[in-house]
Design a protein around this ligand. Sequence first.
Ligand SMILES: Cc1ncc(COP(=O)(O)O)c(C=O)c1O
Length: 357
Amino acid sequence: MPQEVLTEAAAEMLDWHGSGMSVMEMSHRGKEFGIIYEQAQADLRELLVVPANFKILFMQGGGLAENAIVPLNLSARGSPTGATGSADFVVSGSWSLKSQQEARKYCTVNIAASNESDGHTSLPEPASWQLSHGASYVHICSNETIHGVEYHTLPDLQALGSDAALVVDCSSHVASRPIDWSRVGLAFAGAQKNLGPAGLTLVVVREDLLGHALTVCPSAFNYKTVADNQSMFNTPPTYAIYIAGLVFQWLKRQGGIAAMEALNQAKAALLYDAIDNSQLYLNKVAPHCRSRMNVPFFLRDENLNDAFLTGARADGLLQLKGHKSVGGMRASIYNAMPIEGVQALVDYLHEFQKCRG
Ligand SMILES: Cc1ncc(COP(=O)(O)O)c(C=O)c1O
């Protein structure tokens, strides 16, 4: 979270703008929350340049719930009434692997491509994807948080001869760079990396994809119902929306998404250069698809892992231990991490290497 946002939220915690209420105490249907909600919607639309024919939904359930909600809403599109449909998945790491497992409960799943054989360290070229005929959508995870693999450009399904909708799980890098909406049918993201606190899930969906839900789809998860009720079919995560709104205003003050992208590129380059130019550290991801948000790296001598983490903690560098399924280290350098924070890590990498050299 940006420090400025936390300070602002703390100052407004007991009394929002002289309303006599904390945001947590407001009715989601009241005038005050209405102002917060409308502003957050407008700011996000402006920041991400979301076209008018896309709805912005503020939902709950996180990225994992979307793995079920998406097929519940989209898979039957174009299928005979009552029939479940099919979807294509590109497996590029743990999160897309999970997505296709969940979708199997609701539709037929075709794995169009997978990078499992290289340990999720590269991205299969879109031209090599085995897209199936009649699939309603193609799911990708545009930034694999655990494996550190990112699509630097989104695939163009039309150019690949497919009329399926592209569904993008952008949970861990949303708002880190612009999105080419001409290639996207639906994008979803849990808020807790770049947008705000856990509890809010962002869904941006093209209007023609609404209204195709399976009859078993819970009403609160039916995108059309949610859209028709301005995300207030049931009580939305009001405080999380408020904080996300403060983050959106912070993003605008930073110069918007293009400025964030430039900063994120600089931050990532600083860290990858330090890793690539060392004898001690190693990043295994192919350079053309390295994540600018999540940088997994290994110490070539794994026996040094504990000493590395202890020294890092002493320098105030926290949460560097890699995900248990991958091991090693992982630096997550989300939007709110200033370049000075990345520089502090790079300094520590050099210092630790010198001591071991
Ligand atoms: C890319 C991606 N997708 C999905 C998820 C799951 O999100 P949630 O825990 O909000 O369900 C995560 C969580 O880290 C993620 O990074």
